[in-house]
Design a binder for this molecule. Structure first.
Ligand code: GUN
Length: 290
């Protein structure tokens, strides 16, 4: 049996990133009198979404941003939400806009994301930003990439001396995580495979990986004997187990004995997501205001 993997502390990394952002905002405010404005829009009262939006609102204020949450009733029409976005797009004090997902079923999510000004799309989900990421041509200083994938990359760079040439396997092909994290890994010169529910002999594919990013939404799905000894494992899953505990997509108890480094759940990727949202808001502020 190999030793225990190093535990990648996402909570500490996120706190450090937020502290760095707070220092940069203090400097900007002193020099210009301005601070980035982040506006988060929540439609309806999904309990998990309410918690996420409250965290985003609080942490944005803590780093010195002008933080505003717009809480709209569940019966808000698509037209009314589009009108709200048009107002935020036109407001020069708004640097970042995030519409919390999932939206109520009567609203077309793609139409809403398309309506956000790409320069203010701090979620990195607008087709223009997804396209810039996929083209490989955008500079890291101006690119608005999705927040959870950015968080995964920051943790990987902290855990590994270099990513170039490593075999990375991403499990999951979602718009929010799987696809964009694969693009970021490719940008970092990894050899990237995107595995998914139709992949044949998934265990054999994962066994090749120096880096595994699990984003499938199935508790404890990735087993210890699928992991190459010493691999770095990034667990994006946040699942509620029957006893109410938060568990990842990785069978932590098994994988921790095989991997070289692993993110825990909770305290791994999760805290990085909001820290990266704040980073994107600062990126959007700088890009918009020169
Ligand atoms: N719901 C769960 N994760 C996310 C996210 O990254 N962005 C948005 N907008 N909604 C989410």
């Amino acid at each position: 049996m190999a030793g225990q993997a190093r535990i990648i502390d996402g909570k500490a990394a996120a706190a450090e990133l937020r502290a760095e952002i707070a220092r940069e905002i203090a400097t900007l405010r002193a020099a210009t009198g301005l601070a980035p404005g982040l506006h988060v829009v929540l439609v309806g009262d999904d309990p998990a979404s309410r918690v996420y939006v409250a965290s985003k609102e609080k942490l944005a204020a803590e780093v010195g941003m002008n933080s505003v949450a717009h809480r709209l009733p569940a019966e808000t029409s698509e037209a009314a939400l589009l009108a709200k976005l048009a107002e935020l797009n036109a407001d020069d004090a708004v640097d970042g806009i995030l519409v919390q997902l999932p939206l109520p079923k009567h609203i077309d999510t793609a139409a809403i994301i398309d309506a956000i000004d790409p320069a203010k799309d701090v979620d990195g989900l607008h087709p223009i930003n997804a396209g810039r990421l996929a083209s490989g041509k955008a500079s890291a200083a101006t690119l608005l990439a999705p927040c959870t994938p950015l968080g995964c990359m920051l943790l990987l760079r902290q855990a590994l001396p270099s990513l170039a040439g490593l075999e990375a396997v991403v499990i999951g092909r979602s718009e929010l995580v799987g696809r964009p994290v694969a693009q970021l890994l490719l940008q970092a010169d990894c050899t990237v495979t995107i595995a998914h529910s139709r992949t044949k002999d998934l265990a054999a594919v994962i066994r090749r990986a120096d880096i595994v990013v699990a984003a499938v939404g199935r508790p404890g799905f990735v087993k210890g004997d699928w992991i190459k000894p010493g691999a770095t494992v990034i667990d994006v899953g946040i699942n509620r187990s029957p006893d109410g505990k938060l568990v990842g997509d990785v069978d932590y108890a098994e994988v921790v004995d095989v991997a070289g480094a692993i993110t825990p759940v909770p305290g791994g990727v999760g805290p990085m997501t909001i820290a990266c949202l704040l980073r994107n808001t600062l990126t959007a502020f700088r890009a918009r205001r020169g």
